[in-house]
Design a protein around this ligand. Structure first.
Ligand code: GLN
Length: 445
């Protein structure tokens, strides 16, 4: 059924880089066979799942929506893919993204943008725009995205679905093609908080193959969803960076009011470093990206454009293979890490990251979770921010701090804004506090 829906409308939406039709039928048949034999097909048996195309899938092309990976087929599955497969999930395809997950609208994909299923003249957000659109369009009830600075939460908000970025280290990054290794985290898109809790349960957990994976047991997320918010303290951050649409501000105020009416207390907290998040991120993330993307050299993966010698071959390959935004990030990162500027830029950004963690820790002494808008605006029209990279970067002003601290954060749909488009509110919790975060989200849905 889901494959049929994809065949019907994805020519227009373009959520997928690759539809895994044969693979999906094979897995679905295997689930049926397990059931017929009286076996346990797993907690996600038969659930269609779409995967962002920066997660490795054995035998299935994985492109990061970049020409540089043209023709590369991973020889192994990412840990998240393996875990979902073990739980009985059925993968329906690989979803479009901003090239190497750099962007907020999916307009940076080398294969063309994904359209927002709620209004096809608008972007789905990004960088996991294909995964958000896949759920919103009914191509799969669950998809996975990756979030380095907001790439799950912002597209979730713009497509009217739930999106979760777990605590850094909660979900294995083995097989996720790295953008900013100290920031990247995989998480689910779903229609409901309960589906997000179940998917999270399946993909979380220690992985010895990822040295940053946290060796902690995974709590039972599904069991906390009906607890309500009575007695919880919800933090409202003073002096949040402004620039959010009035509708977005109004919905966020209403979310605070709804939680208060349900028995929570609203507490005003100070997180002064919050406003510097964007600046610090655009040094740290490009710095890490410039290093991570050095491996795409025409020798080891995908595309090779020949040249007179090895150096020229590498230059030709990278010139032809990377798009403009990826090149911009490599230049920014290389500059920030260069000997003469390291302390002034990268070193300074790391200090802000430290201050951010201290500010959040102080805030958590007064509250259980923080609440803010997820995105400053609802879904915007194609082309409206492409001429100005800084305007695009501002999309992540509310989401970036939780990547710098590593804290779990999620977006949950909460009413609509301009042109009846969905608004998402963000819940941020202390590290490993996914349970309380989901508990608050369940109250708001
Ligand atoms: N939009 C941000 C960027 O372009 C965040 C992307 C992400 O989370 N992958 O870097």
């Amino acid at each position: 059924q889901h494959l049929a829906t994809i065949a019907e409308t994805d020519d227009e939406i373009r959520a997928f880089n690759y539809v895994m039709a044969d693979e999906a039928r094979r897995r679905a048949a295997a689930v049926d066979a397990t059931v017929a034999a009286g076996g346990d097909p797993g907690p996600m048996a038969g659930v269609p799942v779409a995967l962002k195309d920066n997660m490795c899938t054995r035998g299935v092309p994985t492109t990061c929506s970049s020409k540089i990976l043209d023709g590369w087929i991973p020889p192994y599955d990412a840990t998240v893919v393996q875990r979902l497969a073990d739980a009985g999930a059925v993968f329906v395809g690989k979803t479009n993204l901003d090239e190497f997950a750099m962007g907020s609208s999916t307009e940076n994909s080398a294969f063309g943008p994904t359209r927002n299923p709620l209004d096809t003249s608008r972007v789905p957000g990004g960088s996991s725009g294909g995964s958000a659109a896949a759920v919103a369009a009914g191509y799969a009830p669950v998809s996975l995205g990756s979030d380095t600075g907001g790439s799950i939460r912002q597209p979730a908000a713009l497509c009217g679905v739930v999106g979760v970025k777990p605590t850094y280290g909660r979900v294995s990054r083995l097989g996720l093609i790295a953008f900013g290794s100290s920031l990247d985290q995989i998480g689910p898109f779903t229609h409901t908080v309960a589906d997000a809790a179940l998917t999270l349960q399946t993909i979380c957990g220690h992985d010895p193959g990822d040295s940053t994976s946290i060796p902690e047991p995974t709590p039972d997320y599904s069991s906390v969803l009906d607890r309500g918010v009575d007695g919880l303290r919800i933090g409202r951050i003073a002096d949040l960076p402004d620039g959010a649409d009035p509708d977005v501000v109004a919905r966020t105020d209403e979310a605070f009011a709804a939680l208060e009416a349900a028995g929570a207390t609203i507490v005003d907290v100070e997180v002064p470093a919050f406003t510097y998040g964007l600046t610090a991120y655009y040094l740290i993330a490009p710095a890490e990206a410039s290093s991570n993307l050095a491996r795409f050299d025409g020798v080891r993966y995908g595309l090779r454009v020949d040249g007179a010698d090895v150096e020229e071959m590498m230059r030709n390959t990278r010139t032809a293979g990377f798009g403009d935004e990826v090149k911009r990030r490599i230049l920014l990162g290389t500059y920030a890490l260069s000997a003469g500027y390291y302390d002034a830029y990268y070193g300074k950004a790391l200090k802000i990251r430290r201050l951010m963690a201290d500010d959040f820790a102080r805030a958590y002494q007064q509250c259980d979770v923080l609440l803010s808008p997820s995105s400053p605006s609802v879904a915007f029209p194609f082309g409206s921010k492409t001429a100005d990279p800084f305007a695009m970067y501002l999309c992540d002003t509310y989401t970036i701090p939780a990547n710098l601290t590593g804290d779990p954060a999620m977006s949950v749909p909460f009413g609509t804004g301009a042109d009846d488009l969905p608004v998402g509110v963000q819940i941020i919790a202390p590290a490993l506090g996914e349970s309380v975060m989901l508990q608050v989200a369940a109250e708001l849905e």
